[in-house]
Design a protein around this ligand. Structure first.
Ligand code: ATP
Length: 255
């Protein structure tokens, strides 16, 4: 579904991202973890077509990302970015409805009955329907995050990129949205999610990637990746690793 070959990117300020080879299959739920500034968001921005000035090759469904037009890319990939605070001065429903623009057959956008149904379903799933007439800018951080997730879900893409999408969510909403995202992968959707919550990543993803200084330094199952050595060396974290009582996957507790 996603193939990276010899990827190299630089902002021109000393930070370099280098990934020789990385393949992500359809239906995978891959979590990317790593310390601040290691290049996780940069990678998602490159993979979603936001940052275009890179060397190397990115294939999405075997087609070079540089050969996608705007509509085609927007029908293939959706992203929940890490920051979205100042972007929108509209009501929630209007913001979510922008996700349907790529599907519009006319030059101006008129919602079809199907669009309306998809938007409503996304609002119900994310528990945002109660805010539909509120201004986005007047919502709390977690409420905004749920609206952005609704917008990505309503975009109905086969690939979903999530950048710390649970960071503002209360535990109940975090769990229910993780379950929704996981459900999507069972329908063949591909999810690549950046997390600082390693425990959540360990429960929900069969594959974890650690980034450090612009490189992929670990790629494997939670049990292979979340090791005592890695948490000390990569995060400089004084923690212990215990087993999740239900799923048997590693979980980190602070010492
Ligand atoms: N627009 C930009 N212009 C210049 N440098 C940038 C820009 N965005 C990010 N950087 C730098 O690139 C590096 C990687 O940033 P990135 O946001 O990808 O890291 P991250 O792993 O997602 O970090 P975090 O966990 O803190 O969100 C950092 O050193 C950052 O300062």
């Amino acid at each position: 579904m996603i193939k990276i070959n010899n990827l190299n990117f630089s902002y021109g300020n000393g930070f370099n991202l280098n990934i020789e080879k990385l393949n992500i299959k359809a239906g995978e739920f891959v979590s990317i973890i790593g310390p601040n500034g290691s290049g996780k968001s940069t990678l998602l921005k490159i993979l979603s077509g936001i940052l275009k000035n890179f060397n190397g090759e990115i294939l999405i469904k075997n087609k070079n990302i540089k050969n996608f037009n705007y509509k085609e890319l927007a029908k293939t990939i959706s992203i929940v970015p890490q920051e979205f605070n100042t972007i929108f001065k509209y009501d929630v429903e209007s913001i979510i409805s922008t996700s349907r623009v790529p599907y519009s057959k006319t030059f101006s956008f008129f919602e079809t009955m199907e669009d309306k149904k998809i938007i409503e379903e996304a609002m119900k799933k994310t528990d945002t329907i109660k805010y539909k007439n509120k201004f986005f800018s007047n919502l709390s951080g977690g409420e905004k995050q749920r609206v952005m997730i609704a917008r990505a879900l309503a975009q109905k893409t086969k690939i979903l990129f999530l950048d710390e999408f649970t960071s503002h969510l209360d535990p109940g909403h975090a769990q229910s949205l993780m379950n929704i995202v996981k459900e999507n992968t069972q329908n063949g959707h591909t999810v690549v999610a950046v997390f600082h919550d390693i425990n959540l990543a360990s429960i929900y993803s069969k594959r974890l990637i650690i980034m450090l200084k612009g490189n992929v330094v670990c790629d494997g199952s939670p049990i292979d990746v979340i090791t005592q050595e890695n948490i000390k060396d990569i995060y400089n974290l004084d923690g212990s690793i215990i087993k999740h009582p239900k799923y048997n996957v590693p979980q980190i507790v602070f010492n």
